[in-house]
Design a protein around this ligand. Sequence first.
Ligand code: GAR
Length: 208
Amino acid sequence: MYLFAHFSRFCAGIGGLMSKNIAILASGNGTNAENIIRYFQNSESVNIGLVLANRETALVLERARSLNVPFACMGKTEWVDGTAVLALLEERGIDFIVLAGFLARIPDCILHAYPNKIINIHPSLLPKFGGKGMYGDRVHEAVVAAGETETGITIHYLNEHFDEGEVIVQYRCPVLPQDTAEDVAKKVHALEYEYYPQVIERLLSEMC
Ligand code: GAR
């Protein structure tokens, strides 16, 4: 126990000194991706090495282009197999992977290559309103339809099952009786923008 605590402190110490190279994976609009890129723009300890999408039309690619961040897109076949995606991540020296509205399944070979180094953000308080097919506005619509009085965000490690990896942290916001799904989306996005970059920064500073 003592050794573990000591080792964690040691990692946090040297982790702070070495720059980490992260990849952001996104499928659509990419407002979270842009927010994370801007947060780390002048960072000496975190570099956004790659924005990776699974759709050519994903707006996140335009955002990466205009922010001068390297970007790429891999098609369905590559995401099913995983070999080419993993090769790209390794070629770019990626240490840590952040999912920000990424909707495809992460192949097992990537999960194995990055143990506890892939995180996701989900726009509800998991395990509520999670699982396959639950993403983006669908989640907020379900929250309103269920008459929930609160919702929020969950930041969690990734495993082989959708939205079931170990929870790192959750943040909450109220859902008022008159709130529409759009109102809820605004509150949830505000939590995402405030907390996701901070949590990424903390995890990276603790990483060896
Ligand atoms: C975010 O709200 C994120 O939590 C959600 O997709 C949205 C992407 O928005 N992710 C999921 O639903 C994953 N199951 P953005 O493209 O504007 O960042």
